[in-house]
Ligand binder design. Structure first.
Ligand SMILES: Nc1ncnc2c1ncn2[C@@H]1O[C@H](COP(=O)(O)OP(=O)(O)OP(=O)(O)O)[C@@H](O)[C@H]1O
Ligand SMILES: [Mg+2]
Length: 589
């Protein structure tokens, strides 16, 4: 098979893409942290300044010592000259103890500034990540249901709990990079103060090193990408396969599951080692070459430029700071490149979620819609995504009278749950109108309508929490008496009272503390507690035995005339509770 040949244009386009990504990241970060980042840079520059002055003070200090010892010469270096002027201005004698004292104060200031820099870096980093987490979570919970339904749960969790921490670490490197730039600028300034030639040589060599090692950036990006992929697979294996452990056991596929998991984790650890190796390799070369430059420079300084020994000492000091700073600059840039794939994923996800936001107008929190006449569906059509050929619901006309009981039936996949999602206001139709008491449902009243609807979906969804908290979800002020009352209505009061811990019993989100039927009744009680105008049961009693199902329906029967009930069923026995039966098959084109 012909392999696609990579052209230089492809490479250039990719580099441009990565660069744009980096710029978008920096813009996003700075849009929120502009002043904090400026503050951080000021601290870094002040730090570089005080440190530099401190180092330069060593020259007059040693010169002074030498002068005192050999009784000759003086502080003749340019740095010494202006330090002398500063001392004179401060009216401090330029004696050994005074110079030491000033040196101590400068170095203490440096340490304090470094401490502030560390704390501020962390604060800025956390604030940015907190904002990312919060805005992505907000985008998810305010997105249209169809957007969330079309995504794997593990993908959503992966973005929030894996990609974002990677972006957080990358942000730390980004801030370090900014600090590195500040320090490098300061060190270059001080180094140039001593010898422009040597500083020039260092910069040219560092620039050459950056150029020679430029391929490390795309490599770091690629490794970051495959790390992301491996992590995403681990997430899906953990979330999907662990919840399917029971089925895996019954199929006897534990060994295959184990092999699958081992393969992914070994890939992840391989990529992780690869990143460390790349970083270490880069650092090694930088260090070897740095020492080489330092030695050549010293040779040049002492044998060609004839720079005095004291200054050579300070040169060593400054350059031994400058070179690691340059190396750190390179390493941080490389790590930043490794973070970009995760940033790109969060960015794409966020903009997708934003494009699918619900545009609800929310009124007062107790704003509910009345249902006294009925719900009418006029020529409703809906499909889950634009690229899907089939409509889940097509050209449907229906009327659900208020305060009556309506049953919906039809074969599996015909669109019953989609229909109830539309009636509950969870989905909006692509075409047609839904009216409640003659009022068209739309963004302006959906939020009020949802408060009037009690919806028991096909999945009995419960939190890993107490029965009380599960039922009181949405009604946190409900008393135990109110909770027991709704539990009695759904024929669950007795088994809950028999539990040793009663309402404090923990309902496990998975596992088997409660049977399927018990879970269904807890969910039903939660819905009834909301005191809905319309109660929708999407096969909500399928796990109940006949006796309990009858008990539930009979107690719902008692609400007749007070509540509109819509239930989906495959069971002809329950249809007798309905005033009206809608067979969706009859509505098919
Ligand atoms: N999130 C989704 N994305 C894409 N298609 C979907 C989605 N949910 C349902 N569908 C499709 O829409 C159609 C109607 O599904 P729906 O769940 O409404 O059927 P149903 O009548 O409730 O079936 P059942 O009796 O099995 O619960 C089916 O063809 C289904 O494959
Ligand atoms: Mg269904």
């Amino acid at each position: 098979m012909a392999k696609k040949v990579q052209t230089p244009e492809d490479d250039a386009a990719k580099t441009k893409g990565r660069l744009h990504l980096l710029i978008r990241y920096a813009k996003d970060f700075l849009s929120f942290n502009k002043w904090n980042t400026v503050g951080l840079l000021v601290i870094v520059l002040l730090n570089g300044l005080t440190q530099g002055v401190g180092f330069l003070m060593l020259i007059p200090l040693f010169n002074l010592l030498r002068t005192e010892i050999v009784q000759g010469g003086g502080a003749d270096h340019v740095a010494g000259a202006w330090l002398k002027a500063v001392f004179h201005w401060l009216n401090i004698p330029m004696t050994f103890p005074w110079i030491l004292l000033v040196f101590f104060f400068l170095m203490t200031a440096t340490a304090i500034l470094r401490n502030r820099q560390m704390v501020i870096t962390h604060m800025v980093q956390r604030a940015y990540v907190r904002r990312l987490q919060s805005r992505i979570f907000k985008a998810i919970i305010n997105a249209q249901w169809s957007f969330v339904a079309n995504r794997r749960a593990s993908d959503l969790t992966h973005i929030l709990t894996s990609d974002l921490p990677v972006v957080a670490t990358g942000t730390f490197f980004f801030l370090q990079l900014i600090s590195n730039c500040g320090f490098v600028a300061c060190y270059i300034f001080w180094a140039a103060n001593i010898s422009i030639t040597l500083t020039g040589i260092t910069l040219v060599t560092a620039g050459t090193l950056f150029f020679l090692f430029r391929s490390y950036f795309p490599r770091a990006f690629k490794t970051g990408m495959s790390m992301r992929e491996a992590k995403s697979r681990i997430f899906s294996v953990l979330m999907e396969h662990i919840s399917g452990v029971k089925i895996a056991k019954s199929y006897g596929v534990e060994t295959a599951e184990q092999a699958n998991f081992d393969e992914i984790v070994s890939r992840l650890s391989m990529e992780s080692v690869r990143i460390t190796r790349q970083n270490a390799e880069m650092k090694l070369w930088f260090q070897i070459l740095s020492y080489l430059i330092l030695c050549l420079m010293l040779f040049y300084a002492v044998n060609v430029l004839w720079i005095p020994l004291v200054e050579v000492g300070v040169i060593i000091l400054i350059f031994s700071r400058l070179l690691p700073s340059l190396s750190a600059l390179q390493a941080n840039a490389q790590r930043l490149a490794g973070m970009l794939p995760s940033f790109s994923a969060t960015e794409t996800f966020y903009s997708n979620a934003l494009a699918h936001q619900e545009d609800l107008v929310s009124g007062p929190s107790d704003d509910r819609m009345e249902l006294n006449q009925g719900i009418s569906l006029e020529n409703i059509s809906f499909r889950y995504s634009a690229d899907e050929k089939g409509f889940a619901v097509r050209n449907l006309d229906l009327r659900i009278p208020a305060l009556k009981t309506t049953a919906v039936c039809g074969f599996s996949g015909i669109g019953k749950s989609t229909l109830t999602d539309l009636i509950a206001g969870i989905l909006l139709p692509d075409a047609g109108t839904i009216r409640v008491d003659g009022v068209t449902l739309g963004n302006q009243n959906l939020s009020a309508w949802r408060k009037s609807v009690g919806y028991v979906t096909q999945e009995a969804f419960l939190f890993h929490d107490t029965i009380r908290n599960n039922i009181g979800w949405g009604n946190p002020d409900a008393t135990d008496e109110e909770i027991m009352e709704v539990l009695d209505q759904v024929a669950a009061g007795r088994f809950i009272r028999e539990l040793p811990k009663g309402l404090d019993t923990i309902v496990k989100d998975r596992g088997s503390r409660f049977s399927g039927g018990e879970r269904q009744r807890i969910v039903l009680a939660r819905t009834l507690l909301r005191n809905p105008k319309l109660l929708i049961l999407d096969e909500a009693t399928t796990s109940l035995d006949k006796k309990n199902e009858t008990a539930v329906f009979q107690s719902l029967f008692r609400l007749r005339g007070k509540i509109t009930l819509l239930f989906i069923t495959h069971d002809p026995a329950t249809i007798r509770y309905a005033d009206q039966v809608i067979d969706l098959k009859a509505h098919l084109d």
